[in-house]
Design a protein around this ligand. Structure first.
Ligand SMILES: NC(=O)c1ccc[n+]([C@@H]2O[C@H](COP(=O)([O-])OP(=O)(O)OC[C@H]3O[C@@H](n4cnc5c(N)ncnc54)[C@H](OP(=O)(O)O)[C@@H]3O)[C@@H](O)[C@H]2O)c1
Length: 238
């Protein structure tokens, strides 16, 4: 087991990439705090991890809200005494050209994808710094690397997360805390359900592919930091 007895918080742990990361971390021996708003999905994932002899907690969380994120970290510390790993996989996407886009979509993507990642990272820093140990993995997107039409707000939020991740990595270097960006191309999750004419979902990455990359980033020896990992569908879409 690569993450034996480590304590992980996974936001967005109810479905998609976060769910796959949580399941993989559970299999590798980590105790996993699952954070998202839909409690039924969190409970399903936690129950599955427990059925495989893993340890998991479902903690209803809205990453847009400072108090909710603080409660998530406090509950995890209360249960298990530390946070070794944070994976920020909570995210939303809406697509459309700038000309046709809605301000409410822009605001929501900034609130979840950027403010949410900022709040969650910030909340785990003190306990990680105190132990001079920790790994933060922010789920970015290939949209932060390539200009993809019809996704300006999403791309802007992900560029923001990449910048935040890079600066935080520098700030945390002296504290023994690793900070990295996991940058996937298209992954077949429910995020694509609302997208008209999506690329061929059969050729996308699977959530478990991304989870394997997260396990790699989290399980490297403490002296090595994988600070950016780009994972694309081998077939070359997005
Ligand atoms: N799918 C892709 O092609 C792809 C590619 C690259 C990067 N990504 C990124 O990967 C991350 C996960 O995406 P996904 O495809 O797994 O999406 P998904 O299947 O839609 O899952 C998104 C997760 O985020 C949670 N979430 C949304 N708003 C939240 C909030 N305010 N507070 C807490 N949790 C919230 C959702 O739970 P609730 O709604 O219950 O809160 C859900 O668990 C996102 O950051 C996305 O941008 C996705």
């Amino acid at each position: 087991m690569k993450l034996k007895e480590q304590v992980a918080i996974v936001t967005g742990g109810g479905r998609g990439i976060g769910r796959a990361v949580a399941l993989a971390f559970g299999r590798e021996g980590a105790r996993v705090a699952l954070a998202a708003r839909t409690v039924s999905e969190l409970n399903e994932v936690a129950a599955f991890i427990r059925s495989q002899n893993g340890v998991a907690l479902a903690i209803a969380t809205d990453v847009r809200q400072e108090a909710s994120v603080a409660a998530l970290v406090e509950r995890t510390l209360g249960e298990w005494g530390r946070v070794d790993i944070l994976v920020t996989a909570a995210g939303v996407a809406a697509f459309g050209s700038v000309a046709e886009s809605k301000l409410s979509d822009w605001d929501e993507m900034m609130a979840v994808n950027l403010r949410g990642v900022y709040l969650t990272c910030r909340a785990v820093l003190a306990p990680m710094i105190a132990r001079r140990r920790g790994t933060i993995i922010n789920v970015v997107s290939v949209a932060a690397k390539r200009a993809i039409p019809a996704c300006s707000a999403y791309a802007a939020s992900k560029h923001g997360v990449l910048g935040l991740t890079q600066v935080l990595a520098e700030e945390m270097r002296a504290h023994g805390v690793r900070v990295g960006a996991l940058v996937p191309g298209a992954v077949d999750t429910t995020l694509w359900d609302q997208v008209p004419n999506p690329p061929d979902r059969g050729r996308m990455l699977r959530p478990q592919d991304v989870a394997e990359a997260a396990v790699l980033m989290a399980s490297l020896p403490p002296g090595a930091s994988l600070e950016e990992l780009t994972l694309l569908p081998a077939g070359g879409i997005l």
